[in-house]
Ligand binder design. Structure first.
Ligand SMILES: Nc1nc2c(ncn2[C@@H]2O[C@H](COP(=O)(O)OP(=O)(O)O)[C@@H](O)[C@H]2O)c(=O)[nH]1
Ligand SMILES: [Mg+2]
Length: 349
């Protein structure tokens, strides 16, 4: 008879290891809880000591060195479980050096990624697009790049000054009008910024589509009605600092009486730093935004902020923009497009 003791986190781990090393007929003959760590360590962890036995039969027993790492057999859905994160024993020093997509990601994402790579026996610095997709879909199951809100009849862009709201509206308008044959109308509330109305008028005239300028909240419904023949209305707003509650309230005054469904998109530039981005996402909740649009991908050298945003919202990211060119520099924000874009600009495979 062969008898073997395993010090494990739980019975599942013991059984998996025994199955690989002793074969499927091994039986549990004893189990007890034990404390691991030096006697003076107040943070000793509780482990399980399991003793298993099997009748001696050489065919049944595998060399433990040949045995597969039991952690690799754990189902994907469990791989980010807390216990398992501890089990994988990832070296904290190991860094993601050359994976351009994740090199400056936060610690939490890196840990998840390293854990994923360990379980799948992949080299973190040479992941394929499929691996990255798989990782994001498993590690961030309901991530903001999966679901789409899709444009409604009324769509309003909000966000700080200069993030690209007006340019993005022009891109979407051109795409919907030229590629999808939609009747598109533009409305601008942006009367504070010098040139804002001209910017919108220029785009409307190039595309030969209708536009209206709203200067007072009580004109809003009337102007929307004037463009009721359009399939899609894109409404531009005045940009404001997230700290300026009054200006945010001003925008709300224009929107609050609209009875029809309205999609509100928060436009964020990913070249903004993490803290500011999170603060914008928080303060703009006042305007009840339903989805996000990310701009200025062409201005950054890493996807750091993309992952930060992903970790801080369940709302869909609808589009991402990567330049000033109207209408070309906009894409639907799904994982395939993100990976494809990153491959093009960072030249990796
Ligand atoms: N590099 C880059 N510039 C952009 C992008 N989107 C907009 N811009 C530029 O950012 C500036 C501000 O854009 P604008 O649409 O007026 O911003 P708004 O104040 O939010 O309406 C303009 O010079 C745009 O051409 C982008 O994705 N990448
Ligand atoms: Mg603008």
């Amino acid at each position: 008879m062969i008898i073997k003791k395993y010090i494990v986190n739980d019975m599942k781990e013991a059984l998996i290891r025994a199955k690989y090393e002793l074969g499927k007929d091994a039986v549990i003959i004893h189990q007890r809880k034990i404390k691991e760590g030096k006697w003076y360590n107040p943070f000793k962890t509780t482990k399980l000591e399991v003793t298993l036995a099997i009748e001696e039969d050489k065919d049944n027993i595998k060399d433990p060195k040949e045995a597969k790492d039991p952690k690799e057999t754990i189902q994907n859905k469990d791989i980010y479980g807390k216990n398992n994160m501890e089990n994988t024993n990832i070296s904290k020093e190991k860094d993601i050096k050359t994976n351009i997509l994740f090199k400056d990601a936060n610690e939490e994402l890196k840990e998840k990624l390293l854990s994923y790579c360990k379980l799948k026996s992949l080299d973190v610095n040479s992941l394929t697009s499929e691996d990255i997709k798989d990782f994001l879909n498993i590690g961030y199951k309901d991530n903001c790049f999966k679901e789409k809100l899709s444009l409604g009849k009324l769509n309003v862009m909000v966000g700080p000054t200069g993030v690209g709201k007006t340019t993005t509206i022009a891109k979407i308008a051109a795409k919907e009008y030229l590629e999808n044959n939609k009747k598109v109308g533009l409305i601008t509330l942006d009367t504070y910024k010098i040139g804002a109305v001209e910017q919108m008028r220029t785009y409307a005239e190039i595309l030969d589509i209708d536009y209206e300028v709203v200067t007072e909240p009580n004109e809003m419904i009337n102007k929307i009605n004037k463009l009721s023949h359009c399939d899609i209305l894109l409404i531009d707003t005045l940009g404001t600092s997230q700290r300026n509650k009054e200006k945010l309230q001003d925008i709300w005054e224009y929107l609050k009486d609209i009875k029809e469904d309205i999609n509100t998109y928060l436009v964020l530039s990913i070249s903004t730093d993490r803290e500011t981005t999170l603060s914008i996402m928080d303060k703009y909740k006042q305007l009840e935004y339903d989805a996000l649009i990310l701009t200025k991908f062409d201005e950054v050298s890493s996807f750091t902020n993309v992952w930060n945003i992903m970790e801080h919202t369940d709302l869909p990211v609808e589009y991402f923009c990567h330049g000033q060119s109207v209408p070309d520099d906009i894409e639907i924000a799904n994982i395939d497009n993100l990976i494809e874009y990153s491959k093009e600009v960072y030249s990796y495979d």
